[in-house]
Design a protein around this ligand. Sequence first.
Ligand code: SME
Length: 181
Amino acid sequence: MVLLYTAKVILLTGLRFIQNMENFTRFTGDKAAQYQHVLAQATQICAHENNLIAVMANLTAVLNQQFGWLWTGFYLVDQAANSLVLGPFQGPLACTRIPFGKGVCGTAWAEARSIVVPDVHAFPGHIACSALSNSEVVVPCLDTAGQVKAVLDIDSDELNGFTDEDAAYLEQLCALLQDKF
Ligand code: SME
């Protein structure tokens, strides 16, 4: 009886481990279908892990694998320093800190709203971490109390790389993090 129970525990633990190791396959389809695919995977990632950094790291990996943008990453709110500090990301070297209210990220934090920037060169105070960036979207990540705890920042090397539709899907993705702060 004990042996059977032990075997069952080992089997279930193994299955859970395999589930966590599931590969992400890039999905071909329209933008809505691609985001649904990403959101389904993101939901699985968030269901199996509560460590914020680990989850954020895999969310940037999934977004990067699906969409291949120039830069995809999180900045975390550092309340004591009144700045954002770089979190998990995929892409080239990036700015380590962004002060409250500065740049697109600091503005999204200060105003607690998503910002779509069709042309970064036309955004007053834009912080250029990469000369290759031409458009950007920044989405705040709120905790369960509605406080901004991080922002998701995505850069494209194309102009007009993002629309309000992207922001809306990315808000759904960030909402998956709200109980992990
Ligand atoms: N462009 C951002 C800075 C972060 S990097 O793009 C990764 C901004 O203006 O806040």
